[in-house]
Design a protein. Structure first.
Length: 248
């Protein structure tokens, strides 16, 4: 799968961009990256998100336990990889029908967080049990949300294209072709949103820090983001009626 968003919607971490050291920039722009994906991945379905970006996916070469799915409800678009072990319980939690699958559950959970904000985003995502990753875009608010399960068994990578767009894919070769060395694995147990940036839902009171990432050839290759245990964020004092809708 591939999701690409331009800088007018979201600005990804600058640490993902590797220094060129005087060499040529081998990255593609967002349009060329999407075109490369569509032309090299069989049976691809792609959707242009107005002027904001593109989402694309294919069932080709998907793992038996890591299926890919796509859904849209009320202009909220989502591509989901993997499976939720507690899907039935989450359906009950959100009052959803028994035929609701993982991608639709992710959309409905986001809408509940956006519209009512009953819990902080980290608590909502912490309820998701399984091996999964998903990228979501709300065209009404222009919000991008991406996350990866804490177990880290489901692949998700992110990177920056030559025009500064932010790209996500479950295939590292896709981002390597489009982002050159300016890509990295998305950190497990974390989420990224256009409003809050990168956060750990496993350790919500800790900040994240970027660590230099070096490939097998000794070349700088984006950055690995880890929880910074030495920098505790302040604990917010909130009432029982707090609205967390701005938490994403």
């Amino acid at each position: 799968m591939l999701a690409v968003f331009n800088r007018s919607v979201v600005d990804g971490p600058e640490e993902l961009v590797s220094p060129r050291n005087g060499g040529p920039d081998l990255r593609k722009n967002d349009k060329d990256l999407v075109q490369h994906f569509v032309s090299t991945q069989p049976n691809t379905t792609s959707l242009k998100l107005d002027t904001h970006g593109v989402m694309a996916y294919t069932h080709h070469n998907q793992g038996l336990l890591m299926p890919r799915s796509f859904g849209v409800v009320d202009d909220v678009f989502c591509v989901f990889v993997g499976a939720l072990q507690n899907l039935a319980l989450l359906r009950q939690e959100y009052g959803l029908r028994k035929n609701v699958d993982e991608v639709m559950l992710a959309i409905e959970a986001f809408k509940a967080l956006r519209d009512r904000g009953p819990f902080p985003a980290d608590q909502v995502l912490h309820q998701f049990e399984g091996h999964f990753a998903f990228v979501l875009f709300d065209s009404n608010s222009g919000t991008v949300l991406a996350t990866r399960a804490a177990e880290g068994k489901c692949s998700l990578f992110w990177g920056r294209t030559s025009d500064g767009s932010l790209a996500f894919s479950d295939n590292d070769e896709v981002l390597k072709s489009g982002c050159g060395t300016s890509f990295a694995p998305f950190p497990a147990g974390c989420y990224f949103s256009s409003m809050k940036g990168l956060q750990s839902y496993e350790h919500p009171l800790n900040n994240m820090k970027a660590m230099p990432r070096v490939d097998s050839k000794g070349q700088m290759c984006g950055a690995t983001f880890v929880v910074d245990s030495s920098k505790k964020a302040s604990i917010p004092h909130v009432s029982s009626e707090a609205n967390w809708s701005q938490d994403i």
